[in-house]
Design a protein around this ligand. Sequence first.
Ligand code: BF8
Ligand code: SF4
Length: 621
Amino acid sequence: KDLTAYSICSDARAMIKKAREDGVETVWDRLEEQEPQCGFCELGLSCRNCIMGPCRIDPFGNGPKRGVCGADADVIVARNFGRMVAAGAAAHSDHGRDLVETLHAVAQGQTTDYGVRDEAKLRRIAAEVGLEVEGKDVKAVAAALADQFYEDYGFKRGSMSFLGRVPAKRQEVWKKFGITPRGIDRDVVEMMHRTHMGVDNDAVSLCLHAARLSLADGWGGSMIATELSDILFGTPAPATAKVNLGVLKADHVNILVHGHSPIVSEMILAAVRDPGLIAKAKAAGAAGINLAGLCCTGNELLMRQGIPMAGNHLMTELAIVTGAVEVVVVDYQCIMPSLVTVAGCYHSRIVTTSPKAHFTGATHVEFDMHNARQKAIEVVELAIERFTARDQGRVDIPGEPVDIMTGFSNEAILTALGGSAGPLLDAIKAGQIRGAVAVVGCNNPKVKHDYQNSNLIRECIKRDLLVLVTGCVTVSAGKQGLLMPSAADLAGPGLSAVCKALGIPPVLHMGSCVDNSRIIQLCGMLANALGVDISDLPVAAAAPEWYSEKAATIGLYAVASGVFTVLGLAPPILGSKAVTDLAVSGLEGVVGATFAVEGDPVKAAELIDARVRAKRKALGL
Ligand code: BF8
Ligand code: SF4
């Protein structure tokens, strides 16, 4: 295949070419080897939940219509989808749990490596969730907040902490259909229970519980991860940074952080700024130490610290192919096991840091609350040692970095608007901004890298729709120049004028994937300000190039919160007409929003535009 078939990005294409020359296998090669992929699995019609199976349902011919236990296509598809959503919620929420544990350790004085960087936010959040803050010192407030969040994970008596952010009308909807989330771990575990052979054998019942558990993530685990990351590491504020593989520096020790949690990456950042280590790097012949991010842990450092982004999901192998990366430090999630193999083709090392995420062949340097600063120093020392083994003749860093603007937390957005959502609502009412669209999620080698992500954004801003990005879409947008105020020239006249007046881009970077919780919180604030439900707002979401279980969970909590969501690739549910009908139409009558599946960015934008038009009309706008 021609290189242009793989990616719209020149840095990606250059490194795919180099990978071939260097004999390095990439994700695209392995996808090709897997093709044709299993049609039963693609449709969600295979089941291996027990060892009377594995079973598969024949969707067309005269083959079996039931598994050995008697489960039909609807039940098998719904069970599989339910487990997918549970896995995604578990991933986000377990990441959030690490932050609760860190806050707890800070409160108990068990760590000096971490602390509370945004005390005002700590106090504000603690008061919001009903805790007494007056006259208490920071450690006491932190202790109480950590305890309260621990309960959100487990056997919660009473309402989960952040459900007060959910508009009253939305809460009524959840109550009516029995999908108010009750506890993060509880709802995830219950899905594992329900999908054991012989428990929940009704597709609608399974799908409703999937919705409930996704809400436990969006308004629970992910939201806790976001808010505690801000409290511990600082609430993001607008800043500029740089993106693409050009952020690597040929004469520097290059360290990449990859994964999701800021707990490890923030310590690596502190270590690369250590004058003693910089001196060591210089003594080893480097001009300095350069840190850049990949994927969501990259987003965490980008949002708060302005650290450059080297790439998104499909760029992770290619970053190593530059030959200029000494160490990739990873925590968890979305880290392809292949990275160890790719690193082995160069002088690079993959350093794993979490007791939850070991990779055979990687260097394991386990981080915990008590040793993190010291371990980060060891990792940087390893990178300096690796620099001395680098073959400069194999180094090729493609392209010039592109400028991006970042840091749009809700706090920052409200500040930019002068303190309240009022001006945003006025612009929406006046039709200057017709609506808002969250374009989020991943890359997937099944579709051309960054094509759908960036073109859907272009189509939305053209239609005066403000775009909010998180996760790997951040990099897709950033590399195309869409995260700079100058991109206002590509927007429709109304959005363009608002952006120019405020000096902001038409595409706002709101963080990592757990930070999609910022977006639903913003939706809740807008709905409350108008006295309506989230499903009444002229808003939508899209995950054009999604690949992960986490993205399925995000999509479902968006829909269950009332936000119409367009997926660029179909989830594995098409083997059940009942589940598919529910997803693309039936849910409208339940939660006031549905999914749509559309891979063409123009058509996807038209679907979103139609939704925005209908919602504006219903609001009398
Ligand atoms: O949580 S966007 S590829 S890195 S899953 Fe993964 Fe997808 Fe990237 Fe972040 Ni989100
Ligand atoms: Fe087959 Fe039923 Fe067991 Fe699934 S749960 S593997 S359909 S027997």
